[in-house]
Design a protein around this ligand. Structure first.
Ligand code: LLP
Length: 418
């Protein structure tokens, strides 16, 4: 499943002992396993081979250029959500023909750029957006290609913040609106409506919601006699963070492929977390240990919510592994960061071996939505990103410096209105 494992009580990433990396590179840092990441991509490819999908890695989960490039080299396309991601996608040599672009708020400028570059599909999330794409394409004297993102109103049984395909959410359009759009396709003469897109949420651990969504989409196509060239099923395949019974790529494919095999359209998938989640960890150092008067033990580490936001934002569980195991009694700890907020924690009430200041901890499952959601809050430089390939450790993004913290800021000479 992933290549982070203990040998003789010490944690390794592939063939490298994490404690040796921690001696060389200051903490905190993200550490990714190349084999795990590429392995996950290939698992999806293999499981879905009967429909030979275009697998567009969802860059928002991790947009480090090297990660994207590694996947593009394996044959991945990219799923983007901003002009910034388009810029990065092209930078790593992803062909525009393998780029799909979702987001409810694409700006006119972003749309223009994406048309000029010739991306495969806009995933269109509203009628006004479609009008904007049509208008910009007309002005450029080009034809834009698009899929309509439908909101199938299916519950994915995941955290509310990462539920997208229920009717009270801002994403996509309902089936009625999609029908109107296809009926009036000639109104959008500079947009070629080539497909449908459906993304119902993230960290979905069973196939059922996907099946429900696909059935609704297929029904819709049949009822309205709509022919499409592309069906984009979005991302959302969940992973094991704790004790979830996550489905394997084979499990998902086993339920999904029979529904879409032998159909006259091509398939796109947009996985992010499934590829990256368990492909990375956040390594941090314990600075202090203290016990409150209420008897609560705190392990204060040098990584905080600015480095890994998921626990604070979604109450997400991430396993915390010591990088060296010792024989000792265990205690319950709140593992907290240095940020000035009570919500700044990596784990609460976690049973861990007796923690010693100076030791290193590995926060597991941090490869997706880890660095990509990191910030400079509390004027903290963002951590380094390191990539392990077998025995090699490569710096794919150095830790930010003090200078990075003030980049672009200018001190006014004087504070006068004129
Ligand atoms: N496609 C679209 C249109 C999406 O909005 C997303 C994720 C994906 C694909 C990839 O989903 P995945 O395969 O990674 O589940 N920050 C949250 C997750 C937000 C997901 C947003 N959209 C987290 O840390 O859990």
């Amino acid at each position: 499943m992933h290549d982070f494992h203990y040998k003789n009580g010490e944690l390794y990433c592939e063939k490298v002992l994490i404690s040796t990396i921690a001696k060389e590179y200051p903490t905190p840092f993200y550490l990714y396993s190349y084999n795990t990441i590429v392995g996950h991509f290939n698992k999806i490819k293999e499981a879905f081979k009967d429909v030979d999908p275009l697998i567009c890695f969802s860059m928002k989960s991790n947009s480090n250029l090297n990660i994207c490039k590694a996947l593009v080299n394996e044959g991945a396309g990219l799923d983007i959500v901003s002009g910034g991601e388009l810029f990065k996608a092209l930078k790593v040599g992803c062909s525009a023909e393998n780029i799909v672009y979702a987001s409810v708020g694409k700006t006119e400028e972003e749309i223009k750029e994406a048309i000029e570059k010739g991306i495969l599909l806009f995933n269109v999330e509203s009628v006004p957006e479609l009008i904007m794409i049509d208008t910009v394409a007309k002005r450029l004297n080009k034809k834009a290609t698009a899929a309509i993102r439908v909101n199938p109103d299916v519950k994915p049984y995941t955290h509310d913040y990462i539920t997208t395909g229920t009717k009270e959410k801002k994403f996509g359009v309902d089936f009625k609106t999609a029908e109107d759009i296809f009926d009036n396709a000639n109104k959008y003469s500079n947009v070629d409506l080539k497909g449908l897109h459906v993304h119902i949420g993230s960290q979905i651990t069973e196939a059922k919601p996907f099946v429900e969504a696909i059935e609704r989409v297929l029904d819709f196509l049949k009822k309205n006699n709509i022919e499409i060239e592309w069906l984009n099923l979005g991302g959302g395949f969940g992973i094991v963070y704790e004790d979830e019974k996550a489905s394997t790529a084979q499990d998902f494919a086993g339920k999904i492929v029979p529904l879409i095999k032998d159909k006259p359209f091509k398939v796109i998938l947009e996985p992010g977390r499934f590829i990256m989640g368990n492909g990375g960890v956040l390594v941090c150092k314990v600075l202090y240990v203290k016990t409150s008067s209420a008897g609560k033990r705190f392990a204060i580490v040098d990584a905080g919510m600015n480095d890994l936001l998921r626990p604070s934002l979604y109450e997400a569980h991430h396993d915390i592994f010591p990088i060296v195991k010792r024989e000792s009694e265990t205690h319950k700890y709140d593992v907290v960061g240095p940020i000035c907020e009570s919500g700044d924690y990596l784990a609460l009430g976690r049973e861990l071996q007796e923690i010693i200041p100076g030791e290193y901890l590995s926060v597991m499952g941090a490869g997706a939505y880890g660095f990509s959601m990191a910030s400079n809050y509390n004027s903290r430089p963002r951590p380094a990103e390191l990539l392990v390939m077998d025995e090699a450790v490569k710096v794919i993004r150095p830790a930010e410096t003090r200078q990075d913290l003030i980049r672009g800021e200018k001190i006014l000479k004087e504070f006068k209105a004129k």
